[in-house]
Ligand binder design. Structure first.
Ligand SMILES: Nc1nc2c(c(=O)[nH]1)N[C@H]1C(S)=C(S)[C@@H](COP(=O)(O)OP(=O)(O)OC[C@H]3O[C@@H](n4cnc5c(N)ncnc54)[C@H](O)[C@@H]3O)O[C@H]1N2
Ligand code: MOO
Ligand code: MG
Length: 430
């Protein structure tokens, strides 16, 4: 007798998984090697930035009060008493009608409260003295980049779980992190199952296809920020599949399989979960594609049984595996970022399940449009390569029309969201 599976809502599936979320350990890596890693601690400024008032221009540091009567009709003369470049500090304390020649980045000398640019003064030497003439009033604070204007000591600048990009790296360097606290990456085992699967270098032969999901999942794992442990493709054979799953359990934090999770004669994952004594959290979700996505837990390890169908496999990963990885990496926004967009196509046929259609965004005159890409079938692979978002079409009794406002989940975004897409149910029954 064929097993009847009871679907659960996307929200419920998400909650069941996120109950098992945990943070990884922290490790310190060299700043040279921290790109793309995730901060294991918030970054808090331990000093002001800039750490001193400094000049943003090459010019002359002066006392603004000396310039009050300056104009083209009333040029004022200042004696230049010192010259400093970036990195130097003047020992002089500016007195009335004195100026210090100062270069961009140098600390504002004592007594000065403004800088006038080189281009705005006339320079001359008279009786061995360097003199400048200023023909305008300069305001207090003019052309000063103030201590702490960029960041104040004690200010939280970045959240735990932030991905290290070039700007984040610059901040790390600013605050002297030659070693950076990052989240230790979870090791994720990937087992592609299916007797039809060829290795990527093998020529096609009748009835066979190349294993594309294995590579796709590896790439999704890396993009999410985790490490991959790859296993040989596994034929639909209970014994060898069980052996592969058992070694992955020993060697990995999380185990992903693709294929063999539905109700076919050679879909062995349900039997494998039984044999290892895993508790299956769910094996059917009210969504398309990816309805067969199965999640089980055993000995503190999570097992994601993703569909063999490429689009379903892809969506299953993004909705359920990615948040677990991102949370592990200390993110408080582990879910895909959401937005709304104007649908650029008709979807007249109703579907009882929520659909996550591969789509592409376009921007026009301040508006965001989204259109589906490729075939909307769970067994296609091309649409995955063409998509930059998932169009969420809540299930129900009516379809969708060109012009409807729809939710989208952004696939190329790194910042994430603190909650999964809010399931809009048009009916409470499944
Ligand atoms: N009688 C029923 N049949 C099916 C049901 C159902 O409810 N009742 N569900 C369908 C749905 S929905 C999906 S999704 C698939 C899921 O199948 P499996 O996860 O068991 O995957 P397989 O049967 O192993 O393969 C499905 C499909 O994907 C191809 N595949 C598998 N692995 C890879 C890979 N690594 N790279 C590329 N392509 C792969 C495989 O050749 C099949 O064509 O079940 C439906 N059936
Ligand atoms: O899980 Mo299947 O993808 O719904 O087609
Ligand atoms: Mg199957």
């Amino acid at each position: 007798m064929i097993e009847r599976r009871k679907p659960i809502w996307v929200k419920e599936a998400t909650e069941k998984i996120m109950e098992l979320k945990r943070r990884g350990e922290m490790e310190w890596v060299s700043i040279e090697e921290c790109d793309g890693r995730f901060l294991a601690a918030p970054l808090i400024a331990d000093h002001d930035v800039p750490p001193f008032d400094r000049s943003p221009y090459d010019g002359f540091a002066i006392r603004s009060c000396d310039t009050l009567s300056g104009s083209s009709k009333n040029p004022l003369q200042f004696e230049v008493v010192d010259e400093i470049g970036a990195g130097q500090v003047s020992m002089k304390h500016l007195q009335e009608f004195q100026a210090i020649r100062i270069m961009t980045g140098a600390a504002i000398p004592q007594g000065a409260d403004a800088v006038i640019m080189l281009e705005l003064v006339k320079e001359e030497t008279s009786l061995d003295k360097k003199i400048i003439t200023i023909k305008r009033k300069v305001n207090a604070g003019e052309n000063i980049s103030f201590q702490g204007e960029d960041a104040k000591k004690g200010q939280k600048l970045l959240e735990q779980g932030t991905m290290i990009n070039p700007g984040v790296k610059a901040l790390l360097a600013t605050f002297g992190y030659h070693k950076v606290p990052v989240a230790k990456k979870p090791v994720i085992g990937v087992i592609a199952t299916g007797s039809e699967l060829l290795r990527v270098e093998e020529p096609l032969s009748p009835g066979k296809i190349r294993n594309s999901n294995g590579y796709m999942i590896e790439s999704q794992i890396i993009k999410a920020g985790a490490s991959v442990k790859k296993y040989e493709n596994c034929a639909d054979d209970l014994e060898s599949l069980l052996a592969a799953v058992k070694s992955a359990m020993k060697e990995c934090d999380i185990i992903i399989t693709t294929g063999g999770v539905s109700v076919g004669d050679f879909d062995y994952l349900p039997e494998i979960y039984k044999q290892i004594g895993a508790e299956v959290l769910f094996n059917k979700i009210a969504m398309r594609p990816g309805s067969v996505t199965t999640v089980a837990k055993c000995e503190n390890k999570l097992f994601f049984g993703l569909s063999g169908n490429p689009s379903a496999c892809y969506v299953g990963f993004e909705l359920y595996v990615r948040p677990i990885i991102r949370y592990w990496l200390y993110s408080n926004k582990p879910f895909l970022r959401k937005a709304t967009a104007i649908l650029n196509a008709d979807f007249p046929k109703p579907n009882p399940f929520n659909r996550f259609v591969r789509g592409r965004l376009s921007y026009d005159n301040g508006r965001i449009f989204v259109e589906p890409v490729g075939l909307d079938k769970s067994n296609v692979v091309t649409s995955v390569a063409w998509a930059d978002c998932l169009i969420v079409l809540p299930g129900g009794t009516r379809g969708y029309l060109n012009g409807d406002l729809v939710d989208i989940l952004l696939l190329e975004d790194q910042s994430g969201s603190d909650e999964q897409w809010k399931e809009k149910r048009r009916s409470s029954k499944l």
